[in-house]
Design a protein around this ligand. Structure first.
Ligand SMILES: *[C@@H]1O[C@H](CO)[C@@H](O)[C@H](O)[C@H]1NC(C)=O
Ligand SMILES: *[C@@H]1O[C@H](CO)[C@@H](O)[C@H](O)[C@H]1NC(C)=O
Ligand SMILES: *[C@@H]1O[C@H](CO)[C@@H](O)[C@H](O)[C@H]1NC(C)=O
Ligand SMILES: *[C@@H]1O[C@H](CO)[C@@H](O)[C@H](O)[C@H]1NC(C)=O
Ligand SMILES: *[C@@H]1O[C@H](CO)[C@@H](O)[C@H](O)[C@H]1NC(C)=O
Ligand SMILES: *[C@@H]1O[C@H](CO)[C@@H](O)[C@H](O)[C@H]1NC(C)=O
Ligand SMILES: *[C@@H]1O[C@H](CO)[C@@H](O)[C@H](O)[C@H]1NC(C)=O
Ligand SMILES: *[C@@H]1O[C@H](CO)[C@@H](O)[C@H](O)[C@H]1NC(C)=O
Ligand SMILES: *[C@@H]1O[C@H](CO)[C@@H](O)[C@H](O)[C@H]1NC(C)=O
Ligand SMILES: *[C@@H]1O[C@H](CO)[C@@H](O)[C@H](O)[C@H]1NC(C)=O
Length: 404
C-alpha cells in the first residue's frame, strides 16, 4: 500500500517539476506581431513591373513598432530588414525611378526619423569547386545570381500563411534545374516542421534556399553560396558559433551559427545585438530528409567588401555611407560520379532584429534531466521520512518498555 503511495508521490512531484521548468524557461516567448503581405507596394494596376523585378513587403506590426521585410528580385535576390519605432511607418516606392537605370533613392520608409535599424542580406553567387584528390581544389567560374532569370513572385504569394517563393535559373542550367528562395514571415514564436526546424520568433523571418537538379560540372564538385550584407556605418559584425547539447529538433546537429550586428564587438555581450542572421551548419539532400540525408556545411569568416552587392533595391534604399560584408557557406556534399543522381540541396536561415532566438533544452531533455536528478532526491526524502517514522515508532515502543 505505502509503496504505491510513494510511487504516486514521486511521479506527481516529477510531473510538477517538468511543468514548472517548461513554463518558465521554454514557452516564455509570447511576443506577437500582426503580419500582412503586400506585393509591389504603391504600384497600381495599369502600371506594372516587369516579371523579373518585384518587391514583396511583409509588414509586421507590434504594439508600438513596425518591422518591415522587403523580399526583392531585380538583380541578386535580397531581403531587407527595417525596424521602426512607429506603428504607422510605411514603405514608399517611386516606381518609375525604381525601374529606371538609376534607381538611387527611390525606396523610402517614412517617417525616416522612426527608423531604428536597417540591414540587408543579398545572395550573390553560387560557387562550384572541383575537389581534386590530395592536391586541393580548383574554383570553377561562379554562377552570378544577378544574371539569373527570376520568375514572377506574385503567383506564389500565400497571404494567409505569409510565405512566397522566388525561383530562378542561370542561362547554362538545364531546363529542370533551379535555385529557389522560400520566404516566411511569422506572427509569433514557433518552429517549421521541416528540418532544421529552427526556432523563430515574431522578430524574424526565414529563408529556405533550395538547389534542384543543378548538374555538377566535374565528377567531384561541391557547392558554396556567397552571402553579402549591407549595414550602416557604426555597427560591428561577427559570426558566433554556439554549441548545444540538444538535438531533438535538428537531429545530430549540436551547433548554431549567428552572424550578428551590434554596437560593440565583445562576443560575450549579446544585449547590444541589433540585427542577426542565424543558421545551423546542416544541408539536406532530400526534400523529406532522413538523418543520413544531412550533410555538414561550414562558413568562412566575414570579410569587408569594397562594393555594394548587385541588387536593385540596395542603391534604391541605402543612400548613406554603408558597409558591405560577405561570407561563403560551403555545402560539404560531394557529387557522386554516378550519372543522373538527383541533385537536391536545402539550406535554411533566419534573419531578424534584436537577440537571435535560442533553443533552450527541449521538454524531452528536461523530462530526462528531471527523472535523472529528481528520482534519487525524492527517494532520499521518502526514505528519510520512512526511517524517521520507523525510528519514532520504535522509540515509542521503547518508552513503553522502560515504563514496564
Ligand atoms: C507606446 O509608446 C507610448 C509613447 O511612446 C507609451 O506611452 C506607451 O506606453 C507605449 N505602449 C506600449 C504598449 O509599449
Ligand atoms: C528583366 O528582363 C528584361 C527583359 O524582359 C531585361 O531587359 C532586364 O535586364 C531584366 N532585369 C533584370 C534586373 O534582370
Ligand atoms: C587522383 O587523380 C588522378 C587523376 O586526376 C588519378 O589518376 C589518381 O588515381 C587519383 N588518386 C587517387 C588516390 O584517387
Ligand atoms: C498578382 O496576381 C494577381 C492574380 O493572381 C493579379 O490580380 C495581380 O494584379 C498581380 N499583381 C501584380 C503586382 O502583378
Ligand atoms: C521583438 O522586438 C521588440 C521590439 O524591439 C521587443 O520589444 C521584443 O521583446 C522582441 N521580442 C523577442 C521575442 O525578442
Ligand atoms: C568522370 O568520371 C567518368 C568515369 O568515372 C570519366 O569517364 C570522365 O572522364 C570523368 N569526367 C571528368 C570531367 O573527370
Ligand atoms: C572592434 O573591432 C575593431 C576591428 O574589428 C577593432 O579595431 C576594435 O578595437 C574592436 N573594439 C573592441 C571594443 O574590441
Ligand atoms: C567565396 O569563395 C570564393 C572562391 O573560393 C572566393 O573567391 C570569394 O572571395 C569568397 N567570398 C567571400 C565573401 O569570402
Ligand atoms: C567534408 O566532410 C568530410 C567527411 O564527412 C571531411 O573529411 C572533410 O574534411 C569535409 N570537408 C570540408 C571542406 O569541410
Ligand atoms: C539520365 O539522364 C539523361 C539526360 O541527362 C536521360 O536521357 C536518361 O534517361 C537518364 N537516365 C535515367 C536512368 O534516369
Amino acid at each position: 500500500m505505502s509503496a504505491i503511495k510513494a510511487y504516486y508521490f514521486i511521479y506527481f512531484t516529477l510531473f510538477l517539476v517538468v511543468c514548472c521548468v517548461n513554463g518558465f524557461m521554454w514557452n516564455g516567448d509570447t511576443f506577437k506581431r500582426k503580419v500582412s503581405l503586400e506585393m509591389n507596394p504603391g504600384l497600381t494596376p495599369p502600371s506594372a513591373a516587369p516579371p523579373n523585378v518585384s518587391v514583396l513587403h511583409a509588414r509586421a506590426l507590434g504594439n508600438n513598432d513596425t518591422l518591415h521585410f522587403l523580399f526583392c528580385s531585380g538583380g541578386a535576390p535580397a531581403l531587407l530588414v527595417i525596424h521602426t519605432h512607429s506603428a504607422e511607418s510605411a514603405v514608399e516606392v517611386n516606381w518609375p525611378k525604381f525601374l529606371s537605370s538609376d534607381p538611387a533613392d527611390s525606396v523610402k520608409v517614412e517617417p525616416e526619423s522612426s527608423v531604428q535599424y536597417r540591414g540587408a542580406l543579398v545572395f550573390t553567387r553560387l560557387w562550384e569547386y572541383d575537389e581534386l584528390n590530395s592536391t586541393g581544389q580548383s574554383v570553377l567560374s561562379p554562377y552570378e545570381l544577378k544574371d539569373f532569370e527570376w520568375d514572377d513572385v506574385n503567383k506564389t504569394v500565400d497571404y494567409t500563411h505569409h510565405t512566397a517563393q522566388l525561383c530562378g535559373r542561370h542561362a547554362s542550367f538545364s531546363s529542370s534545374a533551379s535555385l529557389c528562395l522560400h520566404f516566411s514571415a511569422y506572427e509569433s514564436s514557433g518552429r517549421e516542421e521541416a528540418w532544421p526546424s529552427l526556432l523563430h520568433n515574431a522578430n524574424s523571418s526565414q529563408l529556405r534556399i533550395l538547389l534542384k537538379d543543378v548538374m555538377p560540372r566535374t565528377n567531384q564538385s561541391h557547392f558554396a553560396l556567397e552571402l553579402q550584407t549591407v549595414s550602416e556605418a557604426g555597427l560591428q559584425t561577427r559570426v558566433n558559433v554556439h554549441k548545444s547539447i540538444d538535438d531533438e529538433y535538428t537531429p545530430s546537429i549540436f551547433q548554431v551559427s549567428e552572424w550578428v550586428w551590434s554596437h560593440d564587438n565583445s562576443s560575450s555581450s549579446s544585449s547590444s545585438v541589433v540585427g542577426f542572421s542565424q543558421w545551423k551548419p546542416v544541408v539536406y539532400q532530400k526534400s523529406l530528409p532522413a538523418i543520413e540525408d544531412a550533410a555538414p556545411c561550414s562558413h568562412s569568416e566575414p570579410v569587408d567588401l569594397p562594393q555594394a552587392p548587385p541588387s536593385r533595391i540596395i542603391p534604391a534604399y541605402f543612400t548613406q555611407n554603408l558597409l558591405t560584408h560577405g561570407l561563403n557557406v560551403t555545402f560539404n556534399v560531394s557529387s557522386e560520379p554516378a550519372a543522373n543522381s538527383t541533385q537536391f540541396l536545402s539550406w535554411t536561415m533566419l534573419a531578424g532584429i534584436g537577440i537571435p532566438p535560442s533553443d533552450f533544452f527541449s521538454s524531452l531533455v528536461i523530462a530526462i534531466m528531471a527523472v535523472g536528478l529528481g528520482t534519487p532526491l525524492v527517494l532520499l526524502v521518502v526514505g528519510g521520512v520512512y526511517i524517521c517514522a520507523r525510528k519514532r515508532k520504535r522509540d515509542t515502543l521503547g518508552q513503553y518498555e522502560s515504563i514496564n
